[in-house]
Design a protein around this ligand. Structure first.
Ligand code: NAD
Length: 469
């Protein structure tokens, strides 16, 4: 049983101003796995004051000083990576291989990337008559979701530290453990007091206190669209910069010349990874109408092959994060059935043999792009296959979405795939796979604004100053 009752403020583990706790539920067992403290606006005030004090010196440190801290964090992070992975498994139900592997690896990757970018980043540039300086924006509020906990925290904390900012992290209430260990890592690395602070608690309390705070200069938020909208409204009074990484309903276009069966199988398996709780997941699979039968066969086989069960064992998929997410996903599956989408795998209820835990059946529908299951982010292991007539139709369907976060194009001819990618109104498109920590990541349309990852992620935390003449 875990117990994390203190917050990390001004380099110390401190009690909440007013004691209040909440239980954390293990989604695989539905049992209580531990207790955390829930903070108040008074805790946020203390953390912001510490961050403001620390900014006076951290904002003036040399690149070398900041690199030294990031390297020290890297060494502590490596020592505790399995512990971080196990925390992710317990808090949000990722299978242990995924938790200790990709989840923790993403955090490590963002840390390495921040180190690499910091070594080269041009904080000052002479352009004509002007000296252009990139200066840290100041005190940042970082608000993160539960679905990829290490990715979401690390992609914010390390560029912010590297840029010279100080910060207050507000981790997700559903998945608070890995953030707690990360705070210990940052402390053990010798990060100066007040540079990094962490207050756990409810979004409506801690998140709002940060968004409305007079002395917070920017908010970086990853989460759902409605909360992103609320944060923008809350931050407007104090004219804060707000970076938003929101939801998605990304299309995966399989072109006619692609190995259809292999790509459909890959896209189906990919959709079920992390129990479908990935903002950039290819949740609409676009296949040539003339080859729909082939696609249905490949998707059915791939979906039925996804193993679901105890995340401590060697399964492909664990539970979804909570009872409430389970119910939301069930409602969407029911909606798909009511709308007349054709269910080809999975469906309502838990997989056979799993009576406890928030396990969802990996599910695939064939449908049309106007159905609710094709328009709204389900955030669960539910894929919709949508047939298209020709490439123009595929592009039209892919772009016919309120969201614009990710996209995928598979085909033999990489140039042609890129031509199609150019026409998609989304922030990132993967052509025949690939992965790049330096590629900017963020959304068009209602998927948000701003860009994280790599050098572009630094700009979120920097002001631009012109010294002219
Ligand atoms: P959420 O919006 O419910 O919560 C995200 C965070 O915001 C949590 O820490 C929560 O406590 C906090 N919060 C809640 N209300 C708040 C308020 N009024 N003010 C300030 N903070 C508040 O999202 P979630 O359910 O944790 O995560 C799932 C969502 O995140 C999905 O929509 C998903 O697409 C999105 N997401 C986006 C990306 C991306 O990079 N674009 C990445 C991962 C997840």
């Amino acid at each position: 049983m875990r117990e994390y009752l203190k917050f990390y403020i001004d380099g110390q583990w401190v009690d909440p101003t007013t004691p209040k706790t909440a239980e954390v539920i293990n989604p695989a067992t539905e049992a209580v796995s531990g207790t955390i403290s829930l903070g108040s606006a008074a805790d946020v005030d203390k953390a912001v004051a510490a961050a403001r004090r620390a900014f006076a010196s951290w904002g003036e440190t040399s690149v070398k000083d900041r690199l030294d801290i990031l390297l020290a964090i890297q060494s502590e992070y490596a020592k505790r990576s399995d512990e971080l992975g196990d925390a992710v498994v317990e808090e949000m139900g990722a299978p242990v291989g995924l938790g200790r592997g990709f989840h923790v690896g993403l955090g490590a990757g963002h840390l390495q990337t921040a180190i690499d970018v910091l070594k080269e980043f041009p904080f000052e540039q002479q352009k004509g008559a002007s000296l252009i300086r990139y200066e840290p924006i100041g005190v940042c509020g970082l608000i993160t979701p539960w679905n990829w906990p290490m990715n979401q925290t690390c992609v914010k904390i390390f560029p912010a530290l590297a840029a010279g900012c100080t910060m207050i992290l507000k981790p997700p209430q559903l998945a608070p453990y890995s953030a707690q260990i990360l705070a210990e890592i940052i402390h053990d690395a010798g990060t100066p007091a007040g540079v990094f602070n962490m207050v756990q608690g409810q979004g409506s309390v801690i998140g709002t206190a940060l968004s409305t705070h007079q002395d917070v200069d920017m908010i970086s938020f990853t989460g759902s669209e409605p909360v992103g909208v609320q944060i923008q409204k809350d931050a407007a009074e104090t004219v804060k910069r707000v970076g938003l990484e929101l939801g998605g309903k990304s299309a995966w276009i399989v072109l006619d010349d692609a190995d259809l069966a292999a790509n459909v199988a890959g896209a189906t398996g990919g959709m079920m990874g992390n129990s479908g709780q990935t903002c950039s997941a290819g949740s609409r699979l676009l296949v040539p109408a003339s080859r729909l039968d082939e696609a249905v066969k490949a998707a059915t086989e791939a979906c039925n092959a996804v193993t679901v069960g105890d995340p401590l064992t060697d399964v492909a998929m664990g539970p979804v994060v909570s009872k409430s997410q389970f119910n939301i996903i069930q409602d969407y599956i029911q909606k798909g059935l009511d709308e007349g989408a054709t269910l080809i795998a999975g469906g309502l209820g838990r997989p056979d043999g799993l009576d406890k835990g928030w396990f969802v059946k990996p599910t695939v529908f064939v449908g049309t792009n106007d159905m609710v299951i094709s328009r709204e982010e389900i955030f669960g292991p539910v894929l919709v296959i949508i047939p298209y007539q020709d490439e123009a139709d595929a592009i039209r369907i892919a772009n016919d979405s309120l969201f614009g976060l990710g996209g995928y194009v598979s085909g033999q001819d990489a140039d042609k795939c890129r031509q199609i990618a150019r026409k998609l109104r989304t922030g990132a498109i993967w052509v025949n796979g690939g992965f790049d920590f330096h590629a900017p990541f963020g959304g068009y349309k209602r998927s948000g604004n701003g860009r994280e990852w790599g050098e572009y992620g630094f700009h979120e935390y920097l002001e631009i100053k012109s010294i002219i003449g």
